[in-house]
Design a protein around this ligand. Structure first.
Ligand code: FUC
Length: 807
């Protein structure tokens, strides 16, 4: 079955393009000669297919057996995993605020007193003793944070009167609808489910082509303390989140199932909703919790869930569906990517197995778009940010608590947000940072006696900010600093000064913490963080604590710079600016070690460290996401960073591979980036070294962790366009396996929107839709051109300039 709806608008090829610049833009005289308007048409050898085969969809010829085969839908707050069972269907349910435990203050009251001695021990090289003291006095109480949990499942048992044939289930990324279709006993069944953002409910439409041919029963089940009841024909599940780490569960939740029938009858018997002989049924699922904020769980879950349901009572199925589709497409259709051949006629699980043959570049484009789809589905304005599993989690005790690990994972979740046209999906992260500035402000004052706020390597629904798990992992103070740089990046893409003014308080307070806590290194004289660690890596066996790891210095350079520039944009804080500039200059510099590598620590320990292939590549933050190391500005550090990445190797967990794609792209080596793509886009478990994807294209750490999905999407974007506010680089790391393609809608800093078409490995048409920044400097190959115009101007580059630039 092929759905008529939800097809992606085919990519249209402009038949004739004017080279050079669009009307309204002015070129510097010196460059004008180089961009004579010439006619540019698709090269004759171009075979780029633009058929309906490019539809962005995942499909399978069997129901999901495992959770990582089920298909995810979500509206930012509600998530569901659809198994697509014909006779027995399972739809696993999540609500973004269902955290175990309740509001909690994690700070250690003994931390501050121990801090000077911990610092002394680190500076004296007595790292083990420092860690012992930190573990005894400085760590979070309790030592762990609390997990994000599942709400439960909706189960449906259908009376099919025969086995299912002609089976197909799919997830259309363009309509955000999951469909299951098959034939049983001569009756054609079709089921569609979506999570509506505008209407805040799940809508599950079940149809048959034979009047009266639909009979089933539905139940709501949960592994939580819970019970079901009936009210006015609705099936209701109510429960309470789990206890964890000795903190009693306090988040109450409610799920309501309401059926709308065409024909047939419905009734509730015990804990079952029973439908008999219907022509068509729409099941509305509403879910809510009592979580109002990290410090308030006094909401009335059932009332909120009922309100969402009652609000849609007057809407027809078609209205619900259309509202959902147009809301989703407004975001999803901002970008399109075509990398050539797409084996859409083959089930997605098989495509994954065969991707390494190189005959299906369309799967990479699909996987790229899947990252965008997932971000739209799990991170919407006004809601909560994407956690380690986005919003999808079937467990009450998930891996790493399905929390927010912020020494790479949460940041990676948001790497594609700006470049891939989903800027507003970034906003839940900023809301969380504003809350963390409060809880982390307390941690800063209680544990460090400092101003500002601090977040270590993890947080949870209760916005814990103290260091957790153990000093080697947790006692790393720059998580909040890193995340805060996202607020500045958001401004660079959007030019939104009002937003910047709102975020500035949080950004500034993040920097102030370090002005108060940076230490002068006793022998080296630089300003350094202490105690800290280079995320999760040991410099000596079992020893991670240290002073001034390279990543911290890079993050603080960016944070201080962001704060300085933001204060200039907003005309505030002249004195603070001067202090930040001075501190920035005195931070420990990046250093090149004896193997020609970029040193991960202040001392040249890298080559003797226990795990030289460690999955974290923290010191390469300077290459990506930062721009501190570039070929043009810091050629020696650029070579050293490359050397470090070569030493680390190509293996890694899901997110580690994702980071390395971005890194090789920034190191301008598209073919090496593609090697990492081959590692990332293969069935989980096949190489025995981590990474890979599951049948539903969820990325595998393993187990499933969503950061790798987002890291991949960001990485492909970086291969096609890189930008600073000063310059946009076109196709900086195009791999030779993608000689032809087209991308529309990539975003660059300055708010510019970029479309590129290429063939034979060379761009033949580029359109720059000018954003908020007044001058756009574009580089392609050997040439650079400044485009001047007003916001909204369209600059079409083609023909001679692109040809001569590619050389
Ligand atoms: C950090 C990583 C792990 C994993 C976890 C959630 O601890 O080192 O690989 O991603 O976060």
């Amino acid at each position: 079955m092929r759905l008529a709806e939800g097809q992606q608008r085919p990519l249209t090829r402009r038949t004739l393009l004017l080279g050079g610049l669009a009307a309204g833009s002015v070129l510097p005289a010196a460059l004008a000669a180089a961009v004579k308007p010439v006619v540019s048409a698709p090269p004759l050898e171009s075979t780029l297919s633009k058929s309906a085969d490019m539809e962005p969809l995942l499909w399978y010829d069997r129901p999901a057996k495992a959770w990582v085969e089920a298909l995810p839908i979500g509206n930012g707050r509600l998530g569901a995993m659809v198994f697509g069972g014909a006779e027995s269907e399972r739809i696993q349910l999540n609500e973004a605020t269902l955290w175990a435990g309740g509001p909690h203050d994690y700070d250690s009251p003994d931390g501050l007193e121990a801090l000077p001695e911990i610092r002394r021990l680190v500076f004296a090289g007595m790292y083990r003793e420092a860690a012992e003291l930190a573990n005894a006095k400085f760590m979070s109480r309790p030592l762990g944070q609390l997990p994000y949990q599942t709400l439960g499942d909706l189960h449906l048992d259908f009376d099919l009167k025969g086995a299912a044939t002609d089976y197909r289930r799919e997830l259309n990324l363009d309509s955000a609808i999951a469909t299951t279709a098959f034939v049983a006993n001569g009756v054609r069944h079709k089921r569609e489910i979506f999570a509506s953002h505008p209407d805040q409910i799940l809508v599950y439409r079940i149809g048959v082509d034979t009047p009266g041919g639909l009979s089933f029963s539905a139940t709501l089940k949960s592994p939580q303390r819970s019970g079901t009841s009936e009210r006015d024909g609705d099936l209701i599940l109510q429960g309470i989140g789990g206890d964890a780490e000795g903190i009693p569960g306090q988040v109450k939740f409610a799920a309501i199932v309401r059926a709308r029938l065409k024909g047939g009858t419905q009734r509730i018997a015990g804990d079952r909703l029973i439908v008999e002989n219907a022509d068509e049924v729409t099941i509305l699922v509403s879910m809510a919790t009592s979580y109002l904020s990290y410090k308030d769980v006094s909401g009335d879950a059932l009332r909120i869930a009922l309100e969402h349901l009652n609000r849609v009572a007057h809407k027809t199925d078609t209205e619900l569906r259309n509202g959902h589709i147009s809301d989703h497409r407004r975001l999803f259709r901002r970008m399109a990517l075509n990398l050539g051949n797409s084996k859409n006629s083959v089930p997605t699980d098989i495509r994954i197995r065969e991707f390494h043959t190189g005959e299906d570049p369309g799967l990479a484009a699909l996987y790229f778009q899947y990252g965008r789809y997932l971000l739209i589905a799990c991170s919407r304005k006004g809601g909560k940010p994407a956690n380690l599993q986005g919003i999808w989690n079937e467990s009450v005790s998930p891996p790493w608590g399905s929390k927010y690990t912020v020494n790479i994972n949460t940041e990676m979740n948001y790497w594609p947000a700006e470049t891939c046209g989903l800027s507003e999906c970034h906003e839940p992260l900023f809301d969380m940072l504003e809350e963390l500035a409060v809880t982390g402000g307390k941690t800063a004052s209680v544990e460090y006696g400092a101003k500002g706020w601090v977040l270590h390597h993890n947080t949870d629904g209760w916005r814990g900010a103290a260091p957790i798990d153990g000093a080697s992992w947790g006692l790393w103070p720059t998580g909040g600093a890193w995340l805060s740089t996202h607020m500045w990046q958001h401004y660079l893409f959007t030019g939104d000064k009002k937003g910047l003014a709102r975020h500035y308080k949080t950004l500034r307070a993040a920097a102030e913490f370090f002005l108060d806590t940076l230490q002068i290194h006793p022998s080296k004289g630089w300003l350094v963080t202490c105690p800290s660690a280079s995320p999760e890596n040991s410099h000596h066996p079992g020893v991670g604590l240290c002073a001034g790891p390279t990543m911290d210095m890079q993050i603080l350079r960016d944070l201080f710079e962001a704060c300085i520039k933001a204060s200039e944009v907003l005309f505030v804080d002249v004195e603070l600016r001067a202090k930040l500039k001075q501190a920035r200059e005195n931070l420990a510099p990046m250093q090149i070690g004896k193997a020609g590598q970029l040193q991960e620590w202040l001392d040249d320990w890298d080559m003797d460290a226990p795990e030289i292939h460690h999955r974290h590549v923290s010191h390469l933050y300077g290459v990506f996401p930062s721009h501190q190391i570039t070929r043009d500005n810091t050629p020696e550090l650029f070579e050293a960073a490359k050397r470090s990445l070569e030493i680390r190797g190509d293996a890694g967990t899901g997110w580690s591979l994702g980071w390395k794609i971005n890194l090789w792209a920034r190191l301008l080596d598209g073919d090496h980036a593609y090697r990492l793509i081959l590692h990332a886009l293969r069935p989980e478990g096949t190489l025995g070294e981590g990474g890979g994807v599951y049948a539903n294209l969820f990325d595998a750490h393993p187990p499933f962790q969503i950061d790798g999905n987002f890291g991949f999407t960001s990485g492909v974007a970086e291969m096609l366009v890189q930008s600073t506010l000063e310059q946009i680089d076109l196709l900086p790391a195009l791999p030779s396996v993608w000689p032809e393609g087209e991308v529309r809608g990539l975003r660059a800093r300055g708010g510019h929107v970029i479309d590129i078409e290429w063939s034979g490995g060379r761009a033949w048409s580029v359109t720059v839709h000018q954003g908020w920044a007044e001058v756009v400097r574009v580089r392609y190959g050997r040439r650079v051109m400044d485009l001047h115009g007003k916001p909204g101007a369209k600059h079409v580059l083609g023909g001679e300039w692109l040809t001569s630039a590619a050389g």
